[in-house]
Design a protein around this ligand. Structure first.
Ligand code: PEP
Length: 252
């Protein structure tokens, strides 16, 4: 399995941005040693999927846990799949914080996503206060145990909340410690065979300048990129920094 470099546009992007950002990615994708994924706002999913075809898969940034129903303003996984998404980000810390999403809700959404044919990227990560209290490993272990359904076959993204959009990143030793803990938590939750096939991404202020060192850490199977994914040159520079098969996680 190749490293995955996923872009999370968050609540950014209008129609003109699809070609501006996705065009260069589509043209470069075949020459890369990693897989690309772009997660634009839901309004742009269909246009993005049309433009990128199969060369750059597109993903949504959230889905509802129900397949349909009276949930004004929400989007169900089958709708996103029909719009062209093949992936969906779930449990991003911005949704956990701004929308009060619990591990149990994220787990229910992951079930709904898989039922609709979407591969989930489940985000976990500690706050600054939790890290300062020395509780970061325990917090993330609990999120992994609580957010992943039985038979989970997606991707886990470790995103320390304090590193998102701040320009700060953990040191490589801290990333290695956390990714090893997540691998062990996946083994405990899903069993060794299922856990071995899952990529664990790092996310939080990944830029062209720090991508090579972060992506070379053991058990880092790619990156979830926010701000830098809005600049196609920066996003491609990060993708080119992904080593072919640098570590066990990327080769699983
Ligand atoms: C994110 O929000 O998923 C993220 C990683 O953001 P940024 O790269 O901007 O820190």
């Amino acid at each position: 399995m190749r490293p995955l470099i996923a872009g999370n546009w968050k609540m950014n992007g209008l129609g003109a941005d699809v070609a501006r950002i996705l065009g260069p990615l589509r043209d470069a994708a075949a020459g890369l040693a990693c897989d690309l994924l772009v997660c634009p706002p839901a309004t742009l999913l269909a246009a993005a999927a049309r433009l990128a075809g199969s060369r750059v898969p597109v993903g949504a940034q959230d889905c509802h846990a129900a397949p349909a129903g009276p949930h004004t303003g929400d989007l169900a996984a089958p709708m996103l799949r029909e719009a062209g998404a093949t992936w969906v980000i779930l449990g991003h810390s911005e949704r956990r914080a701004e929308h009060g999403e619990s591990d149990a809700l994220v787990r229910a959404k992951a079930v709904a996503a898989a039922a609709a044919g979407l591969s989930p990227i489940v985000c976990v990560g500690e706050t600054q206060a939790e890290r300062e209290a020395g509780a970061h490993l325990e917090v993330v272990r609990r999120q992994v145990a609580g957010s992943l359904p039985d038979g989970f076959a997606g991707v886990v993204a470790y995103e320390p909340v304090w590193a998102i959009g701040t320009g700060r990143t953990p040191g490589v030793a801290e990333v290695a410690e956390m990714h090893a803990a997540i691998r062990a938590a996946l083994q405990a939750r899903l069993g060794p065979a299922a856990a071995a096939g899952l990529r664990i991404l790092y996310g939080g202020s990944v830029k062209p300048e720090n991508a090579a060192s972060l992506l070379a850490v053991a058990e880092v199977g790619g990156a979830l990129v926010g701000g830098a994914s809005l600049d196609p040159s920066a996003f491609l520079a990060i993708a080119r920094a992904a080593p072919a098969l640098p570590n066990p996680a990327a080769s699983r």
